[in-house]
Design a protein around this ligand. Structure first.
Ligand code: HXC
Ligand code: NAP
Length: 273
């Protein structure tokens, strides 16, 4: 990912990323690393976090990768403590662990629905609540990675719609509860971001991918650096009076109505059958 790191300086700052071993969250971490931040990151896979941390160190910063599932508070607490000892209080908390698949409500078992809600919503609650003790106060900035499904009812996405709507409400409530301590918290709502697992799952064919891009008012898919730039604004002094905000970075997609994912769901169903 290319981005001019000189626009922002996070030298010596501590970025903690939940769900940071791939995709958008890792790309944002790389941008912060280029701007001088020390990065600690967690995800479920020990191999993926180790590879991601090594990649961040290759950019010239210090990085710590720890395997932990956001659904397991004890593992999360251990990871946060280890990260605090290594890099000091957390200046920026990026919370973006998530899971998704296309399935109609009737094709979704209670456990399928629960799995996504537990990763996306309960996981975000666990991350924020347990990180609170490790945040720099005043001054810390929490950035939750949401999705347009939070406010656009989307067929085949009942689990993600419910979970991400909850994530954004959590953002607003914690902004009220933690504002007096000098902790800010905001949600970024990415649009469809090219070359990511999330988009692959929602637009699994060339046709559905093109349909998605054409639906965006700016007529292009998003880039990870679009999200990294907003994260840096929110984490820096430029964002010092912003809290409790839910900010689409989506080329205008939030202005359009519900998406028709029937063709994508059908393609996914054939693959899974
Ligand atoms: C129906 C499904 C399913 C599918 C899984 N399940 N896939 N049901 N259709 N395609 C069901 C399983 O049968 C099971 O229910 C339950 O979900 C849990 O499945 P597990 O595989 O045991 O769960 P787990 O190992 O915890 O894995 C979580 C996961 C997986 C979400 C299912 O896909 C994952 O690890 N995803 C992480 C990567 C990812 O999704 N990245 C995209 C993030 S993008 P039963 O009843 O059988 O036990 C995003 C939205 C952004 O979040 C929007 C993009 C534009
Ligand atoms: P991704 O590459 O699959 O990223 C998800 C990350 O979360 C991975 O590092 C994954 O690593 C980790 N993770 C998953 N379950 C976890 C758990 N239980 N505990 C800890 N870590 C877990 O997907 P992405 O597309 O970049 O999505 C990143 C974020 O952007 C998500 O919050 C997603 O909802 C949001 N988003 C994406 C798009 C898009 O176009 N891609 C659009 C809107 C919103 P492990 O597998 O190692 O756990």
């Amino acid at each position: 990912m290319s981005m001019d790191p000189s626009a922002f300086d996070f030298t010596g700052r501590h970025l903690f990323v939940a769900g940071g071993s791939s995709g958008i969250n890792l790309g944002v971490a790389q941008a912060f690393a280029r701007a001088g931040a020390n990065v600690s990151l967690i995800s479920r896979s020990a191999d993926k976090v180790a590879t991601a941390a090594a990649g961040l160190e290759a950019l010239g910063t210090q990085a710590l990768g720890i395997a932990a599932d956001v659904r397991q508070p004890e593992a999360l607490e251990r990871a946060l403590s280890e990260a605090h000892v290594r890099f000091g209080p957390i200046d920026v908390l990026l919370s973006g662990a998530a899971g998704n698949f296309l399935a109609s409500a009737l094709d979704m078992s209670p456990n399928a629905f629960k799995t996504v809600v537990e990763i996306d919503l309960l996981g975000s609650f666990n991350v924020a609540r347990l990180a609170h003790a490790h945040l720099r106060r005043p001054g810390a900035s929490i950035i939750q990675i949401s999705a347009g499904q939070a406010f656009t009812p989307t067929p085949f996405q009942a689990h993600v719609c419910a979970a991400k709507a909850g994530v954004d409400m959590l953002t607003r409530v914690l902004a009220l509860e933690w504002g007096a301590e000098g902790i800010r918290i905001n949600s970024i709502v990415p649009g469809p971001i090219a070359d990511t697992e999330g988009l692959k799952r929602l637009a699994p064919t060339a046709r559905t991918l093109d349909d998605m891009a054409q639906r965006v008012p700016l007529k292009r898919l998003g880039r990870i650096e679009d999200i990294a730039r907003m994260a840096m604004v929110l984490a820096s002094d430029w964002g010092s009076y912003i809290t409790g905000a839910v900010i689409p970075v989506d080329g205008g997609l939030a202005l359009t109505g519900p998406r028709d994912l029937t063709a994508a769901a059908e393609a996914t169903r054939k693959t899974r059958a």
